[in-house]
Design a protein around this ligand. Structure first.
Ligand code: DGY
Length: 331
């Protein structure tokens, strides 16, 4: 009788191209006969090492720092699945995978709360000038409480405009409602009526969202369609008192245009967890006090990273057993 983790092929080779939590590795190792090879360093795997380990791989577990393109796939002629340990999969050429019959999976669901928590944190950090305050104290500059010192913007009664009302957008809206915010969103499709009613959220077009929001939060996937969605003209359409928060993907924002907008007071501030040319940050951002910068920490909790690794590994289990994976993606 075959167990849940019984693969169709004997001794499947699984190549894990980046360091992932043990929960994921343990699940991969529990696949009968599996030969799991994992890169155990936080630095990005060198291409030669990666290609060597892909040569006989039936499954690859990848991180968002891997580029899964024709070169990657050419090095992996036996590959059945690329299981990305991320919800975003813009690092993967899904069409190229599909052409070669390679299934691509991601890890939606498990990182919703962690990412929404971080987005809400960035809303608070930017509107209440927390990074600026921290820098002031750490700089050793003398300070004293005063009535007008570092005044921020309150959230109560303000409008949060969410671009991309998927799971993370919805979870952010839930948090923002607890802060007394009003929610508008822009999405390709309407969200469930129950969700709209619970959040008292209103679907608006992109221009209206930009013009009416006090905070614009980007929670949409990155694709050709969302490349530089926030460019100079989108920034000019925002209120001069508004803030931009990006926890989605860097290239959704034209970073050079954002620097200009922040320098010239076109908008009040921004908070970025992701960057256009990650891990490089536009030098113009570094000297600005009205921008909060954090290093792609959206899903960075111990619990969430373990859940992501487990989700990716269980997609591998399914595909190697000849079943449909839990989280297939398409191009
Ligand atoms: C994702 O999953 O896409 C995040 O950006 C990284 O956790």
């Amino acid at each position: 009788m075959s167990g849940l983790n019984n693969p169709k092929i004997p001794q499947p080779k699984i190549t894990v191209t980046g360091r992932i939590p043990d929960a994921g590795l343990d699940l991969l190792r529990s696949i009968d006969g599996s030969d799991v090879w994992a890169w155990m360093d936080d630095a990005v795997i060198p291409t030669e090492v990666r290609n060597e380990q892909l040569a006989d791989a039936d499954a690859a577990v990848t991180l968002l720092t891997d580029r899964v393109d024709d070169d990657f796939l050419a090095a992996a002629p036996k590959l059945q699945i690329v299981a990305n340990v991320a919800v975003g999969y813009n690092n993967i050429d899904v069409d190229a995978c599909t052409r070669r019959g390679v299934i691509v999976t991601n890890t939606p669901g498990v990182l919703i709360d962690a990412t929404a928590d971080l987005a809400m944190g960035l809303v608070l950090m930017s509107t209440r000038r927390l990074g600026e305050g921290e820098r002031l104290i750490r700089s050793g500059t003398a300070w004293q409480w005063s009535m007008f010192m570092m005044l921020g913007t309150g959230l109560q009664g303000r409008t949060l405009g969410i671009v991309g009302m998927g799971g993370i957008g919805e979870a952010l809206a839930t948090r923002a409602r607890a802060f007394g915010m009003r929610i508008v969103y822009h999405n390709r499709r309407n969200v469930d009526t129950e969700v709209e009613q619970r959040l008292d959220a209103q679907r608006v077009d992109f221009d209206e969202l930009l013009a009416t929001s006090d905070i614009v939060s980007l929670n949409c996937p990155y694709s050709e369609a969302t490349h530089h969605l926030i460019d100079a003209s989108a920034l000019a359409a925002m209120k001069s008192t508004a803030f931009l928060v990006n926890t989605a993907r860097g290239p959704i924002v034209d970073e050079a245009a954002l620097v200009e907008a922040l320098v010239n007071g076109v908008i009040a501030g921004a908070a970025l967890d992701v960057f256009e040319n990650e891990p490089t940050v536009h030098p113009g951002l570094l000297s600005l006090d009205n921008v909060v910068l954090v290093p792609h920490l959206g899903s960075a909790t111990v619990e969430t990273r373990a859940a992501m690794a487990t989700a990716a590994a269980s997609n591998v289990v399914e595909v190697l057993a000849g079943r449909t994976p839990h989280n297939p993606v398409s191009g």
